[in-house]
Design a protein around this ligand. Sequence first.
Ligand code: PLP
Length: 471
Amino acid sequence: MKNFRKIPAIDELLLHEKTVWLIGKYKREFVVDMLRRATDELRRDLSASPKECTKEELMELIVNKMEKNVARLLQGTLQKVINGTGVVLHTNLGRAPLSEGAINYLQAMAVNYNNLELDLEQGLRGSRYWHIEDILTRLTGAEAALVVNNNAAAVLLGLNTLAKGREVIVSRGQLVEIGGAFRIPEVMKLSGAQLVEVGTTNRTYISDFAAAITEETALLFAAHTSNYKIVGFSEEVPMEALVKLGRERGMPVMQDLGSGILCPDADWGLREEPSVNDCVKAGADIITFSGDKLLGGPQAGIVLGKKSYIEAMKKNQLTRALRVDKLTIAALEGTLLEYLSGHPQQNIPVIRMLGSSQDELQQRAEKLAALLQAAAKSSGSIRKILVLEVEDMVGGGAYPTHKIPGWGVEIEFTELHLSEVAKKLRAMNPALLTRKQDDKMLISVRTLLPGDEEIIVEMLAAVQKPGGSID
Ligand SMILES: *Cc1c(COP(=O)(O)O)cnc(C)c1O
């Protein structure tokens, strides 16, 4: 307990050469605050430790703590995470990594002024929504398009514009909740529209919709049940039938597609899922989907549909609150250009990952295993490294029952506890997220990005070092 009396005062700590150096680099108040916090931390450590220290030792401990905390704080809170989970669209990991084309375009627009709302030909004020509309309609066959903050915003805007104060008919089997926060009934309430549920959880027929239409009905609504599947004795109304009913009764049909596939030729075993183009062909008046799910772009809500409805949505005051900024527009346009140029499979990371062949994945897993094996030779803490087939997933609240066969590396440790290793790997920068299977660590190679393999080898080597505390 004598330690406490020896803790140096802030004035003394300020004379330490490391502190002096940091004050030369950053704001003095910031460094003083960090010293205070480090001193508090040391007090906590000391109360748990019986070891007696000299005043000089305590000073070193505080200054080193402070230095480490400063470095950690100034690296920012967002950091790179290597995705070894095999879940391609992981909402916790920021969903889709962007293509190089999107990044280059984004960067050029971010560091410069641009024509976000300027019509360069006329020299007059323009619209930010003009930029992506042409390319979206070209790629999808839709009549008009609009982009807002995210798909939740797109659904809210669509409902508010087309059905505020009136009724919207939805199948009970489609009252979905996505990611814990997006619930169709709640969004409906917020939009000012009134939900009319028809059918049952597992079966809804077109006759249920027809029977529920009244004077008050403004809209027929369908949501893609992208994060769960009702299997067995179930029936949903096909979009074509809903569109036909809407036309007969003179009311629009809106479809919340969720994860929009814009790559209709790709064979990921997702053929049974409707692509954006299929939905446009089926004739829904308004279709919404996310920019950062299977499209592989930035967070955005894409609205496609009939010109008159899109124009009404653009005029809605809500659009001002839900509008996208130049960075989103740039990243989205950059992504869409990859589709327009015809090479999304090569250039968009998410599409590339989903399209990787079994052979390619196996080779990559073997290469990773070989690199790990070579690095593990010097340490005794890895018992076994195995290349094996794994089951990957699309993720992002999409296709929950759909497993994609992939390849990965399984690592078995000798002394280290698996959860301890996983924790250490998460504490590094970049961090590594892995999967656990039968008490072994599993790294799926599908979701690794170029260069990740080498970093993983270094990370695992650092974890294995005896007493290798790496934080
Ligand atoms: C993901 C999803 C949403 C929410 O989209 P965000 O872009 O995350 O706002 C809404 N509806 C469906 C069907 C979805 O799959």
